[in-house]
Design a protein around this ligand. Structure first.
Ligand SMILES: C[S@@+](CC[C@H](N)C(=O)[O-])C[C@H]1O[C@@H](n2cnc3c(N)ncnc32)[C@H](O)[C@@H]1O
Length: 360
């Protein structure tokens, strides 16, 4: 199996252990006496910190043996550096593809002819030509992604993807409001420039920064999948996803705590990109402002409306057998019964996760 856009941090191996656990539970249920061997490819861009992942593998294997016994697996984890917008694996070689929060990233900044003034992503003041360029780039990239994976997946294999999505067709909807707030924080730095900080950010720097990111709607995803035609949508579901990744409604009502968490999350994802464009010097000030801007926003009544309107799209695809989906904890909603006699690995995973979720 392969995890695409695995990053390097606690979530990387957490996801793998969840999948292994799900397969193990299913094997026990099905009385499969020989535990499966696992070959797992962790993919991200070549600049990803694979050394950190690899150095945590001995402890991971040891823990697995401790929990599951000497006869379990074995499990072989390998890095597969490269862009998922290119071929990563030989034909017919992967049973199960997974990806969380990575397929919103475009292969490049869309080709924009008009300036997206004052914005780093799509916003109400974005010119229609910029909106069109973003949508075109997303269509091209997601379609290419599906087509590449269709060559690499084994017959009967499955793919489960988490994608931050929009609940409706409004391209400037609430799902991207956290990026509107980041534009606002950057623009504060432009205006404070004159007053206090002397040229900290030039206005043109903000105007020329456009994130290679897209938050699709359900209709757009379905349209791309159907036009690409390798797969058909089996199932697509939308789930609420709190800004600060908290499941605790009381906790998110603490606007400052929630603002801090959200700012840290966005910083961990965007810091290097922002530093490259604006320089290292602004980063701390920017994210202090951003924490404040998010917290202020959340302290207003409608702030939480925005937060709860951030959603993850869950899609089930099948051709002769592919599949896309939403957040890990919701994989259980995407169940595909394979038409062939054997139960493929991914179906095992999804069914096991489904029974886990039903017992919650
Ligand atoms: C927000 S992180 C998600 C990390 C992890 N999957 C998780 O859910 O915690 C997005 C990851 O996608 C990776 N990524 C973005 N574009 C990519 C591409 N074209 N090919 C492979 N990985 C990519 C980034 O490097 C980053 O590690």
């Amino acid at each position: 199996m392969a995890d695409l856009g695995c990053s390097s941090g606690p979530n990387t191996l957490l996801l793998i252990s969840e999948i292994i656990e799900a397969i193990d539970e299913k094997c026990i249920q099905l009385n499969h006496n020989t535990p499966p061997e696992f070959q797992i490819f962790l993919n991200d861009l070549p600049s990803n910190d694979y050394n950190t992942i690899f150095s945590s593998l001995p402890a991971f294997y040891e823990q697995l043996t401790k929990e599951k016994g000497e006869n379990f697996g074995p499990c072989f984890i390998t890095g597969a550096p490269g862009s998922f917008y290119g071929r990563l694996f030989p034909s017919n070689s992967i049973d199960f593809f997974h990806s969380t929060n990575s397929l919103n990233w475009l292969s490049q900044v869309p080709s924009i002819v008009e300036s997206n003034r004052g914005n780093i992503y799509l916003a109400r003041t974005t010119p229609p030509s910029v909106l069109k360029a973003y949508l075109e780039q997303y269509k091209k990239d997601f379609s290419l992604f599906i087509s590449l994976r269709s060559k690499e997946i084994t017959p009967g294999g499955r793919m489960v993807l988490t994608i931050l999505g929009r609940r409706n067709e409004d391209p400037f909807g609430k799902a991207s409001y956290f990026l509107d707030l980041l534009s606002m924080s950057l623009n504060h730095l432009v205006s404070k420039v004159c007053l206090v900080l002397r040229l900290l950010i030039e206005e043109e720097k903000v105007d020329s920064f456009n994130m290679p990111y897209y938050i699709p709607s359900r209709k757009e995803l379905e349209g791309i999948i159907s036009a690409e035609a390798s797969f058909s949508v089996d199932r697509l579901e939308i789930f609420d996803a709190n800004w600060d990744a908290s499941n605790d409604d009381d906790e998110i009502k603490e606007s400052f705590i929630s603002g801090q968490k959200m700012a840290k999350y966005v910083r961990s994802v965007l810091e290097s990109m922002l530093a490259e464009h604006f320089g290292d010097a602004i980063i701390d000030v920017l994210f202090n402002n951003y924490t404040e801007d998010i917290s202020n926003h959340l302290s207003k009544e409608e702030g939480f409306e925005h937060e709860s309107n951030c959603v993850a799209a869950v899609i089930g695809l099948k051709s002769d057998d592919v599949f896309v989906s939403g957040t890990l904890e919701h994989l259980g909603h995407v169940v595909e019964v394979h038409p062939h006699g054997q139960v493929p690995v991914a179906t095992v995973v999804v069914e096991a996760l489904k029974s886990q979720e039903e017992s919650y």
